[in-house]
Design a protein around this ligand. Structure first.
Ligand code: GLU
Length: 422
């Protein structure tokens, strides 16, 4: 199926700018500083040449964008995907700025990526690509400057290579330069599952608020990677029935509920849901007509278009992905009384545990998984409650409410720091 990003008219950066325009009227005197958020602070484009296993040399284009550093070092993942471009990385970095501020983490926002299909590289090629990319962006990253993490197409092993490459260049081990690392290299317990867990925690909380029972609710999930699969498992544990799953390989459904542990196993072996035995196959577009109460887009940007928003049956949309809903589709969902738990809080569990990982690395003292999950639950519940109250106060959507909270925090910092030189 086509999980591509849509055409230029709804590029991810345009989506982000439309979101900022919607929040501006609520910011009173701080709106004088709004242009700070409409342009990234720093964009680095790098050429990444690597020697392939057959001896030829291939060049890949890589990026690291630091959108805003007013509240602390840059923070955000590295994406390996064939559609990565500057427009997308800029948007993803900006959403990190907003996300860190909504949860009140002491970070700015950044993001990086390489335009590459990682499934087409051997393990050694992937390692060479990662090490050369890290060397190219190393002038602007560092534990006090900008801290990468996994995103679509990257994982713990890749973070381990990044940490090792950066450490080799400075001459000592710097665990805190990236998060999402393997446990033995200063990684945090609970990090891998944290994003999916956050989708569940925030989703359940808002479902309770709108009197939508989880027990017996039907769920559709787009994307069955790290985020979608964990969220699906947690909803199923809470009594929901996951009936539809779609990923890059196809769309499957079982109205009695998919056997998730078996599906996880199948995806690990076959790299996609296609061919799963205990389900029926559907056309990809039919996914958006699924008769479910909960819809979880947990793949890529620009998936919920106006047309799909008009067809959705769900009562609540949980944005596990970054930027899955186009601004015009957001309006349709409001009209149709479908509640959206926005990405900047819904998928913030990952960066929150990344923050815990960075703190643990700084202190060289590590917490138990129970401690991590307890702290994660507490921070996310605090943040989602703040967002809910802000939405009530301003009579706006949860997305605009989250942006109000975040933009106030970022622009207060901007104002107090002042403009250099004065
Ligand atoms: N890539 C994840 C996100 O989009 C995590 C970023 C991080 O942990 O820094 O939120």
């Amino acid at each position: 199926m086509d999980l591509s990003y849509g055409n230029d008219s709804h590029g991810a950066w345009q989506t982000y700018l439309a979101q900022i325009d919607r929040v501006a009227p609520y910011l009173t005197h701080l709106s004088d500083y709004i242009n700070t958020l409409k342009r990234p602070k720093r964009c680095l484009i790098v050429d990444v040449p690597i020697v392939m296993d057959d001896g030829t040399i291939q060049h890949f284009e890589g990026y690291r964008v630091q959108h805003n550093l007013s509240r602390g070092p840059g923070k955000g993942g590295i994406r390996y995907h064939p559609d990565v471009d500057l427009n997308e990385v800029m948007a993803l970095s900006a959403w990190m700025t907003i996300k860190s501020a909504v949860v009140n983490l002491p970070f700015g926002g950044a993001k990086g990526g390489v335009r590459v299909d990682p499934s087409k590289l051997s393990k050694r090629e992937l390692e060479r690509l990662t090490r050369r990319f890290t060397a190219e962006i190393s002038p602007i990253i560092g534990p006090q400057k900008d801290i990468p993490a996994p995103d679509v197409g990257t994982n713990g092993s890749i973070m381990g290579w990044m940490m090792d490459t950066y450490s080799s260049s400075v001459g000592y081990t710097v665990t805190g330069v990236v998060t999402g690392k393997p446990i033995h290299l200063g990684g945090s317990l609970g990090r891998v599952k944290a994003t999916g867990r956050g989708v569940f925690i925030t989703g359940r909380h808002i479902a309770n608020r709108i009197n939508l029972p989880i027990h017996g609710a039907k769920v559709a999930v787009q994307g069955f990677g790290n985020v979608g699969s964990e969220a699906a498992l947690l909803f199923a544990d809470a009594g929901a029935i996951v009936t539809w799953v779609q990923d890059h390989s196809g769309t499957i459904y079982n109205e009695n509920g998919l056997d998730l542990p078996k599906l996880v196993q199948h995806v690990a072996e076959h790299r996609g849901v296609k061919g799963f035995a205990d389900a029926q196959v559907a056309d990809d577009e039919d996914f958006w007509d699924a008769s479910v109460e909960i819809m979880i887009p947990a793949a890529l940007e620009s998936q919920i278009t106006v047309d799909r928003a008009q067809r959705l049956k769900a009562k609540i949309v949980l944005e596990g992905a970054n930027g899955p809903t186009l601004p015009a589709a957001d309006d349709v969902l409001v009209e149709r009384n479908i509640v959206v738990v926005p990405d900047v809080i819904c998928n913030a569990g990952g960066v929150t545990v990344s923050y815990f990982e960075w703190v643990q690395d700084m202190a060289s003292y590590f917490w138990t998984e129970e401690e991590i999950n307890e702290r994660l639950d507490k921070l996310l519940i605090q943040a989602i409650n703040d967002v809910w109250s802000s939405a009530e106060e301003h009579q706006c959507t949860l997305r605009t409410a989250a942006y109000i909270l975040a933009c106030e925090r970022i622009l207060e910092a901007r104002q107090e720091r002042g403009i250099y030189p004065g």
